[in-house]
Design a protein around this ligand. Structure first.
Ligand code: GCO
Ligand code: MN
Ligand code: MN
Length: 391
């Protein structure tokens, strides 16, 4: 791998959202700083950045809620043309179940049965729209599924309602032959005070209780675990180990701050490196979606730089992974700290009465074991040197 390979290609499976490159810079305190772009213009901007695989959308990023049939036909046709001229695909679709006031107290978990049914109907229609454009991953992010005060909603009922909705939609997916894989995205808070299924691990547990667990996986997002001070890499690792990493949202975030959606690897270099290393070493083949937006100060031209930078940083960290894996000194240390003992491992790998008896009869010198070297300072400093480019 050489420095020249930092240029992305569709084989890297990088994607952007209509809502990410189309972000206008509005925040809770201030008005937009960039003019809005049409879906077709956003596709052109992604095309201009170069090397991306595709673009993802929420139903209403493409078709506004109250659009007439005629208006939506025109939007779709312009959008299709833009996709064709930029050679971009639609790998993922999702539903906006958070912007409209009707969802102010949740969608699938709302206390109001009419709103729950409407949310399912809206998702069915959004699935039709996604399927029309060839999407195969369907993301579910329950932004309003939560509470500020637990006086207002029963948290056990909320889990049951969420399960009913997902089970219904899985059956609809089968019935319509859409072929979607669902990817559930956790977030602990924002916009709700507390959102149900706060971390990726919450969904990993929940999925096993569904009627069609194989159809459902997770879509972890860097900023979401980071916002609450958790180690994102560990959550992704567990998802991979469970064979549930169906999609991933990449961005960045200062730990324990508001939802920042910064450019991937712009803040947490080290965590971003270990994430890319994990995805590379485990040969993750899914889409890598940049769920982030440019700084509020950026103009449209700078937004293109933001998109290029997101992909470039990922490629650089891939290159650093390769260096790490080939670095003799680093690998010598990695080997040193991973000590095997075949005899003992064969005892603990499988419970039998005989193995248990032998294990109980084994003498361990815990003082000697504690004396074994763990030169973690040296290993971590070598990692730092490598990331800083002085190795
Ligand atoms: C957020 C979320 C969303 C979802 C998107 C797709 O913090 O707002 O990350 O951007 O990823 O709605 O479902
Ligand atoms: Mn997010
Ligand atoms: Mn996201």
């Amino acid at each position: 791998m050489s420095i020249n390979t930092f240029t992305p290609t569709p084989a890297d499976k990088f994607t952007f959202g209509l809502w990410t490159l189309g972000n206008t810079g509005r925040d809770p305190f201030g008005e937009p700083t960039r003019s809005p772009l049409t879906p077709a213009q956003i596709v052109d901007a992604i095309g201009q950045a170069g090397g991306a695989f595709g673009v993802n959308f929420h139903d209403n990023d493409l078709i506004p809620l109250d659009a007439s049939d005629q208006a939506s036909a025109q939007i779709k046709s312009d959008f299709r043309k833009a996709l064709r001229r930029n050679k971009l695909k639609i790998p993922m679709a999702t539903t906006n179940l958070f912007s409209d006031p009707v969802f102010k107290d949740g969608a699938f978990t709302s206390n109001d049965a009419d709103i729950r049914a409407y949310a399912i109907q809206k998702t069915m229609r959004a699935m039709q729209l996604g399927a029309e454009f060839g999407a195969k991953i369907y993301v579910m992010w329950g932004g309003r599924e939560g509470t500020e005060s637990d006086a207002t909603k029963d948290p056990i009922l909320a889990v049951k309602r969420y399960r009913k909705a997902i089970n219904f939609l899985c059956k609809y997916n089968l019935d319509q032959n859409f072929g979607f894989k669902f990817a559930l995205e956790a977030k602990a808070n924002e916009p709700r005070g507390h959102i149900y299924f706060a971390v990726t691990g919450s969904y990993l547990g929940f999925i096993e209780t569904l009627d069609h667990p194989k159809m459902v996986g997770v879509n972890p997002e860097f900023a979401h675990e980071n916002m609450v001070g958790l180690n994102f890499v560990h959550h992704v690792a567990q998802a991979i180990e469970h064979k549930k990493l169906f999609h991933i949202d990449l961005n960045d975030q200062v730990m324990c701050r508001y939802d920042q959606d910064f450019r991937f690897a712009s803040n947490s270099y080290k965590q971003a490196f270990f994430l890319v290393k994990l995805l590379t070493d485990t040969q993750y083949r899914g889409f890598k979606h940049f769920d982030s937006h440019a700084y509020r100060q950026s103009d449209h031209q700078d937004v293109i730089e933001f998109a290029k930078g997101s992909m470039r940083s990922y490629k650089i960290l891939e290159y650093k992974t390769d260096q790490f894996n080939k670095d003799k000194q680093i690998q010598k240390l990695v080997k040193l700290i991973n000590r095997d003992n075949r005899k003992l491992t064969s005892l603990t790998n499988k419970f039998t009465k005989k193995n248990a008896a032998q294990l109980l009869a084994t003498n361990f010198n815990r003082h000697k074991l504690a004396e074994r070297r763990l030169p973690y300072e040296e290993l971590d400093q070598l990692t730092f040197d490598l990331l800083m480019g002085v190795r």
